[in-house]
Design a protein. Structure first.
Length: 186
């Protein structure tokens, strides 16, 4: 009988297997990279949802963040927020639009988010930190308090430090160096 891998090791292996692409890419930040981690290929898979849910809930509990809801900039954060919302203390999940919509309620923060919520902002891949900072600003503008940022992966390119310089703690479930090392062994 095989001994199952711990969740964090299996998460690294899953990202290495499904999400790492090598080549020439332009990142959302505008920077060029010789690799791209398309986290959605993992986060939207059945195994990814299960693993991320377990890892996300565990990280939130260990951090001691007593949050009411979780969410981040749509679309990368969405599956991670939804998977992490299912816990012993059920959390509400929300999505943050890049811009307020011009119809309906005109909100940037969508879903059951409530003014006064303490939230964990979710991010799939932290590179420059801009997406998480945009979500933090939107949540604060809507009357929420940000306990911290829970990221699936830190690309280790300064984004975590940029977010933390704004006084917001970041917890990353995986690091690019670990995922790339696993991908190159394949």
């Amino acid at each position: 009988m095989l001994t199952p891998m711990p969740t964090d090791e299996r998460l690294v292996a899953l990202l290495a297997e499904k999400s790492v692409l090598f080549g020439e890419f332009t990142l959302a930040s505008g920077r060029r990279s010789d690799f791209y981690i398309d986290a959605r290929l993992s986060t939207m898979s059945p195994e990814g949802l299960r693993l991320i849910g377990e890892a996300g809930r565990g990280a939130l509990e260990r951090a001691g963040w007593n949050v009411d809801s979780v969410g981040g900039l749509t679309m990368g954060a969405d599956p991670i927020a939804y998977a992490s919302a299912e816990s012993a203390k059920p959390l509400r999940a929300f999505a943050v639009r890049k811009e307020a919509k011009l119809h309906g309620t005109g909100k940037r923060v969508e879903g059951p988010f409530r003014e006064g919520d303490v939230v964990a902002v979710i991010e799939d891949v932290v590179t420059s930190g801009s997406s998480a900072l945009s979500a933090i600003d939107a949540v604060r503008q809507e009357g929420g308090t940000v306990a911290g940022v829970l990221a699936l992966l830190d690309r280790e390119e300064g984004g975590t430090e940029r977010i933390e310089a704004r006084g917001v703690r970041v917890i990353a479930l995986t690091r690019a160096s670990d995922v790339l090392r696993a991908a190159r062994r394949r």
